[in-house]
Design a protein around this ligand. Structure first.
Ligand code: EPU
Length: 335
């Protein structure tokens, strides 16, 4: 069992923040994890599980243990008619997993191509893009109970998925460590091509799932900055959900607002558009800025620290609230 002391986390978070963790533990096997959690180092300290580091903002050094799940493996469990059940370890890179599925013609995750991060983090915030959410393909997951150190299974309904939410962000926050996730994919493809510009980018009316993956990659690369070039954590905010009556009043003043139905009497607005209409797109202050093509993305242009980014994000929240009366919630976790 090996751990490191005072490791810089700069290379382990996509905002490229140079915070340090008191201890860091790289877990390659599940058994090592249990031994480590029983060890005296962990017993006295708080700990945090870091996946791909693509959804966190460090505002200070972490005074506990950062656990990096690095366990790998993709296993086809069962093929039943057209259904395929595949188990992927938490430490697998998400997009490698998507590629494995499209290469094998297993459909369901192609619209979720190129989302950064690891498999284990995907159910926590029910990742979603281009008309598909993780919950649509999620079968079950296995997680370690941090209290009892016993493994437990969570089925789809146990996870209480909703837009960018799950039980692991709410009542079970910091209570479990996800070890692996099983997906239910299909050899019979149910293509989702209605979102945004997918159809325009595809050069055919009956695409393969690999062609859809390539189209999604093309769209994402044209709009979203890569963290290697422009450190960022994807959408910094969630799209806000408001009541239908609130939206109807708002529309009188702002008739061009983008909106999606989000359940009975609920409307989801596009936070990117609200921020854009407050003229933040392309604006920079002290090394932090709003991306010039997608206003939902905050970029760390010049080595800003976590607090500078957080303060910048609060100014955006305030101006959106002042103009529209809408609170936009952070999607990124602040540490
Ligand atoms: N818009 C603007 N200005 C902007 C950005 C967006 O006017 O600067 C408008 C667009 O024209 C469009 C609408 O807002 O009409 C929605 O924009 P887009 O399709 O780009 O999607 P989004 O709602 O901004 C969400 C996800 C993204 C995901 C895309 C595609 C959230 C918080 N974000 O963004 O997820 O890739 O849909 O499905 O739900 C992420 O979570 O990190 C992420 C990138």
């Amino acid at each position: 069992m090996s751990y490191k002391k005072l490791l810089s986390l700069k290379g382990y978070n996509t905002f490229s923040i140079d915070a340090k963790s008191l201890y860091s533990f790289f877990c390659y096997k599940e058994d090592e994890l249990i031994d480590f959690l029983k060890s005296s180092i962990v017993k006295k300290k708080q700990y945090y599980i870091l996946g791909g580091g693509s959804n966190v903002l460090f505002t200070k050094d972490y005074e506990g243990v950062i656990i990096f799940m690095q366990n790998k493996g993709i296993e086809i469990l069962e093929k039943e008619g057209n259904d395929v059940f595949i188990k992927a370890s938490a430490g697998e890179n998400w997009d490698d997993f998507v590629k494995f599925c499209t290469d094998n013609d297993f459909g369901g995750v192609e619209n979720l191509s190129l989302i950064p991060g690891n498999v284990g983090a995907t159910p926590v915030q029910n990742i979603g893009a281009y008309g598909v959410e993780l919950k649509d393909v999620f079968w079950e997951l296995e997680a370690l109970n941090r209290q009892t150190l016993k493994k437990e299974i969570f089925k789809n309904e146990d996870c209480k998925f909703s837009y960018r939410e799950s039980v692991f962000k709410k009542e079970l926050k910091d209570k479990y460590i996800i070890l692996n996730v099983t997906f239910k994919l299909s050899k019979l493809h149910n293509l989702k091509l209605d979102y945004g510009t997918i159809k325009n980018v595809l050069k055919t009316n009956s695409p393969t799932i690999s062609e859809i993956r390539n189209a999604i990659i093309e769209i994402r690369e044209s709009k979203l900055p890569t963290p290697e070039e422009f450190p960022n954590a994807g959408s910094f905010f969630k799209n806000p959900i408001v009541s239908k009556s609130f939206f109807e009043d708002l529309k009188i003043k702002f008739p061009n607002l983008v909106s999606y139905l989000a359940g009975e009497n609920k409307i989801k607005l596009a936070a990117g558009q609200l921020i854009d209409l407050c003229n933040w797109k392309g604006k920079k202050e002290n090394g932090v800025g709003v991306h010039e093509k997608q206003a939902l993305v905050i970029v760390n242009y010049e080595n800003a620290n976590g607090n500078e980014i957080l303060n910048f994000s609060k100014k955006i929240q305030k101006s959106v609230f002042d103009k529209f009366g809408v609170e936009i919630e952070r999607e990124v976790t602040i540490i």
